[in-house]
Design a protein around this ligand. Structure first.
Ligand code: ZN
Length: 676
């Protein structure tokens, strides 16, 4: 899987600032609790009440299907996660000691982090977070619950091992390790491989690939690769295989949802998905994604399945996720305008014509309202999605591109007045531009990235979509970002009525460069490298342009009163640099030039200037903001008549974070604590 197609909120926290401490809109409280480096938010499902009963019922069953996959992700993220979660939750609910005491307070934060990350590693940085409560305290409490909870009792003898996994910083250090020169499989703590080396995994899948197959399936995406009896083999995730208990529940919910689908094509999508979950056949999966991509008429839509491969150091194995959503009909007009002009954008891009698509097709673009987030989209989520991931399916059948309007809105409104912008931007004119245009151009950049960026360009015949290996994700995200950056400044935007004038794009250029050169570093601990694909892509773009524009002083880093600021002196030349880099990145992708991808990303996207990093962290710390955000889901309640038919679905926003997590662990627990 070479295309990793998700965009995270990039500069959402830059937006706003006019109204101090007002994170309310229509009396809706967006900000919720805060702990560690995390801020919990709520999102509003505007328009839900206006849907038909049939649509609401459809959504209801799909949200149930979305919840039942939660345990899969915990287990995919690390083989101890389900046992650890169970122990922690038992202690949390039964603890009789001082709940205001130091150990319990630190324990509570740790548990909330485990919930947030779906495991013991940071959801974004992938490093293991080490508990700040005492090991002795934990040992005593864990021993107690392991003897009293029937589900845990079989694992009592493993307590020393579990404590070691939690407390020893040397053990299972990183969920996904992408450090060059190491065995990425053996050094990654994710649960996609067991007892196999990187070389063995690469050999196993290398043999399956037929370079002449124009329609290759995504080998390995739905299985764990293990060595059993000396033989490397796959444990496939199906209703009858690994994770069968969870997948069976999901299939049950899909069956209940099916009669309420909006058209026969959507029912066929559900049938194919059920067939895939039942058989694990990867050709069936491709067929399913083709049906799904073509099914654009219904207002309600969903993703449910093994989707993104960020969690696998080799970029093959897909984590389970789900989102249920419905089209925001007004906002969708914006992305439809882009889609309708897709061929114009492809034809006019600065990319070599050999790498362009003669015919860009099937890009459906819409703005959606998220109704529920599940699996790898919960609580931390994407604000745009572009699927399916298979290169040939995208090329021949197109893809669906969505931006999630109500989540972006929640980010923006929650960030009002947080002081971030005034700390990192010193120029009044730039502040004016950002004030006036950042919200519009940020949304537009996301749309360009998702609707056009990922779908543009083509591989030369015979080029393997996986040739860029570990660099594939960052390069692909960079390609989509560059496409958006290049075009957000195009007069075509004004002509199409997407930006009000030819200065609006400057807000996006400034915030992008600021983020890529400086402020995204707030998400990384001092001394660490940049690992995550989207952060690498922003870094390599911003730094490459900074360096290449140095002789003309296109972009400068200037010091004022000991603080570093980004100064853009020539926006037009910066656009030229984005165009140049887009052409080069497309060439790398189209020709599968691994060495060039490696040089670009290792050269510009990984290492951090420690002095600048320290300064940014110190300035950010003073603002006392959480660098990561995640969402509490709304609660859907089905009102039923005497025969069990749903007569209405109510949505509420009052459930607390811990309350929600405990409810999910209780009502949607599907898997045994150990899955082999
Ligand atoms: Zn993307």
């Amino acid at each position: 899987m070479s295309n990793i197609l998700k965009i995270m909120a990039i500069s959402a926290f830059l937006a706003g600032g006019q109204t101090e401490a007002s994170a309310q809109n229509d009396h809706f409280e967006y900000n919720n609790e805060r702990f560690a480096d995390l801020q919990m938010l709520r999102y509003q499902v505007k328009g839900f009440d206006q849907l038909s009963l049939k649509q609401k019922t459809f959504i209801y069953y799909l949200t149930e299907a979305a919840m039942y996959g939660r345990d899969i992700l915990f287990d995919q993220n690390g083989k101890y996660n389900l046992r650890i979660r169970r122990i922690l939750e038992d202690i949390y609910t039964s603890y009789q000691g001082d709940r205001a005491g130091k150990d319990f307070k630190a324990f509570e934060v740790y548990l909330k982090r485990v919930w947030f990350s779906n495991g013991i590693h940071h959801h974004y940085g992938c490093e293991k977070f080490v508990p700040e409560f005492s090991k002795d305290w934990f040992w005593k409490e864990a021993q107690h619950v392991m003897t009293t909870d029937n589900a845990l009792r079989p694992y009592e003898a493993q307590l020393p091992e579990i404590v070691n996994v939690m407390f020893n910083p040397e053990v299972m250090q990183k969920r996904v390790n992408l450090a060059e020169g190491q065995d990425l499989v053996l050094t990654s703590a994710c649960n996609y491989y067991d007892g196999v080396t990187q070389a063995e995994a690469e050999e196993f899948y290398g043999k399956m690939k037929n370079p002449n197959d124009p329609h290759p399936v995504m080998f390995g995406m739905n299985s764990r690769l293990v060595k059993k009896d000396g033989k490397v083999q796959e444990l496939v995730w199906t209703t009858r295989g690994l994770y069968g208990q969870a997948l069976t529940k999901i299939v049950d919910c899909l069956r209940k949802a099916r009669p309420f689908a909006e058209d026969a094509d959507q029912q066929a999508v559900i049938d194919k998905l059920i067939e895939f979950y039942t058989t694990g056949n990867l050709h069936t999966f491709d067929d399913y994604t083709i049906l799904w991509a073509a099914n654009t008429a219904p207002q309600v839509d969903f993703v449910n399945g093994f989707t993104e491969s960020y969690g696998d150091p080799l970029g093959m194995k897909a984590s389970w996720e789900s989102i249920v959503n419905f089209k925001d009909l007004d906002a969708t007009k914006r992305t439809e305008t882009l889609s309708a002009n897709a061929q114009w954008f492809e034809d006019h891009s600065p990319v070599d014509s050999r790498f362009k698509k003669e015919k860009v097709k099937g890009i459906s673009a819409k703005v959606i309202t998220a109704a529920i987030l599940g699996g790898d989209l919960y609580p931390s989520t994407a604000i745009g999605i572009n699927l399916p991931n298979s290169d040939w399916v995208r090329k021949e059948h197109g893809s669906k591109s969505v931006t999630i309007g109500n989540l972006t809105e929640a980010y923006n409104l929650a960030a009002k007045g947080n002081g971030f912008r005034n700390e990192f931007i010193d120029d009044k004119e730039v502040i004016r531009l950002v004030d006036q245009y950042a919200d519009i151009t940020d949304d537009l950049h996301t749309d360009l990235h998702e609707c056009l960026g990922h779908g543009s360009g083509k591989l030369l015949p015979g080029v393997d979509g996986d040739s860029l290996k570990a660099y594939g994700s960052a390069l692909e995200e960079g390609r989509a970002d560059l496409f958006g950056l290049y075009y957000v400044a195009d007069p075509k935007m004004v002509e199409l009525g997407l930006t009000p004038n030819m200065e609006a794009y400057k807000a996006q250029y400034y915030t992008y460069m600021l983020n890529g050169l400086m402020t995204q570093l707030v998400r990384i601990q001092l001394g660490n490298d940049i690992e995550e694909a989207h952060m690498r892509n922003r870094a390599f773009i911003a730094r490459w342009c900074y360096e290449k524009g140095q002789s003309d002083k296109v972009v400068e880093l200037v010091k004022k009163n000991g603080k570093t600021y980004v100064r853009i002196n020539d926006y037009e030349k910066l656009r030229g640099l984005f165009g140049q880099l887009l052409a080069e990145v497309q060439r790398i992708k189209s020709t599968g030039d691994f060495a060039a991808a490696q040089a670009l990303i290792e050269g510009y996207g990984v290492k951090i200037d420690p002095e600048l990093h320290k300064e940014v962290l110190e300035r950010y710390e003073k603002l006392n903001l959480a660098p990561y955000k995640g969402f509490i889901n709304p609660v859907y309640t089905a009102v039923k008549d005497a025969d069990g038919n749903i007569t209405d679905v109510k949505v509420s926003y009052t459930e607390g974070y811990a309350q929600q997590m405990l409810r999910y662990s209780k009502d949607y627990a599907t898997l045994p604590l150990v899955n082999n």
